[in-house]
Design a binder for this molecule. Structure first.
Ligand SMILES: Nc1ncnc2c1ncn2[C@@H]1O[C@H](COP(=O)(O)OP(=O)(O)O)[C@@H](O)[C@H]1O
Ligand SMILES: [Mg+2]
Length: 337
């Protein structure tokens, strides 16, 4: 049976040789459906990792530009953006970044002109390799780069898949029959294999999850069994697991983008913040154990209580112990499973 990783407190992170992991872990967050929680997960996993002391770059590959908006980044239309990085060989990543939108968190925003890149890249010599080239050439260093893919499988998504080491698929399990999950993974797997043989679909993020319902629990368990049945089948998702904790449906997660805030800025003790913090901590720990990340010197920073300069209410704290849950539809601790 698939054993989900057990997340413990940041203080238990394994100490690794600091020489490991000079290259960032690059993760593409992909689902060809819209509205499943891709951008929400990119923003809040990224912000959670940055709060835990990681240097993080978030790249918006969706012309809707929601990632930047979610973090209150208002790109200057005249400044270079993701479009220029992809189509102009002379625009480097460092030229187009919005640096330190939060401590340790950089953003490459997109604007609507990114939609034009789908057409323009068709004529490029290497239409799918541009982003990987620019990430490799960047002067700035990150521990983790997370790519927010558009809800399509065109050139923009292909650029993400060539650049990435891992793919996470956010999904709302209760909308999907298991055949749907299988088809989704097959589609993602086919695309993955066509552009990057090394790439693995490593995680499913259950978003807007309703574990307190029987249906929610059944689907979660069916999904685990389905993934277990595909172990060792040679597919790009044969090591895929359901990432823990599942992210509960929480209205604060839907409200935070309107304020240009991550969940840790907006409501740092709500269930959505607890879930995303624990997810980020668990991913960090997994990557450390896999030798992909070194332990940051300040691993305890995520649980320090300090004023949050981005909060609507400045008395809110930046982060709180993972067990704190003060509002929302359920107080169930998902990370325990
Ligand atoms: N766990 C959650 N609880 C409540 N609302 C959520 C949750 N996750 C995402 N949402 C909301 O659902 C909508 C779609 O999420 P989004 O991340 O934009 O999806 P995608 O990027 O896949 O299109 C947004 O309005 C978002 O605020
Ligand atoms: Mg999105």
């Amino acid at each position: 049976m698939l054993m989900p990783p057990t997340w413990s407190s940041p203080g238990t992170l394994t100490t690794m040789d600091a020489s490991v992991a000079s290259n960032p872990v690059v993760v593409a967050v992909l689902n060809q459906k819209g509205g499943v929680g891709k951008t929400t997960s990119v923003v809040n996993v990224g912000a959670g990792l940055a709060l835990a002391g990681r240097r993080v770059l978030l790249i918006d590959l969706d012309p809707q530009g929601h990632l930047g908006l979610h973090l209150g980044v208002d790109p200057d239309p005249a400044a270079p953006s993701a479009y220029d990085v992809l189509v102009d060989p002379t625009t480097q990543l460092d030229d187009a970044l919005v640096k330190d939108v939060r401590p340790g968190l950089d953003v490459l925003p997109s604007t609507v002109d990114l939609a034009g890149a789908e057409v323009e890249l068709t004529n490029a010599t290497d239409p799918h390799g541009q982003l990987a080239l620019k990430i490799a050439a960047a002067k700035r260093h990150w521990d983790v780069v997370i790519l927010d893919c558009p809800p399509s499988l065109g050139h923009l998504t292909m650029n993400a898949l060539v650049a990435a080491h891992e793919v996470f698929v956010p999904m709302q399990a209760h909308f999907l029959a298991l055949q749907g999950v299988g088809r989704l993974l097959e589609t993602v797997g086919r695309v993955v294999r066509s552009v990057n043989q090394q790439l693995q679909v490593t995680g499913i993020i259950l978003c807007m999850h309703e574990k307190q319902t029987t249906l929610g629990r059944e689907i979660e368990s069916d999904l685990e069994q389905f993934l277990e049945s595909t172990r060792g089948n040679g597919q790009p998702w044969s090591n895929c697991r359901v990432l823990r904790p599942a992210i509960r449906r929480n209205i604060k997660l839907a409200e935070a983008p309107s304020f240009g805030q991550s969940i840790f800025d907006y409501a740092p003790t709500c269930p959505g913040a607890v879930d995303y913090r624990r997810l980020a901590e668990g991913l960090s720990r997994d990557w450390i154990n896999a030798g992909k990340l070194s332990s940051p010197p300040q691993v305890g920073a995520a649980v320090e209580v300090k004023p949050n300069p981005f909060a609507a209410n400045p008395s809110d704290v930046m982060s709180a112990p993972s067990s704190t849950q003060t509002d929302g539809p359920t107080t169930e601790a998902h990370g325990q499973d």
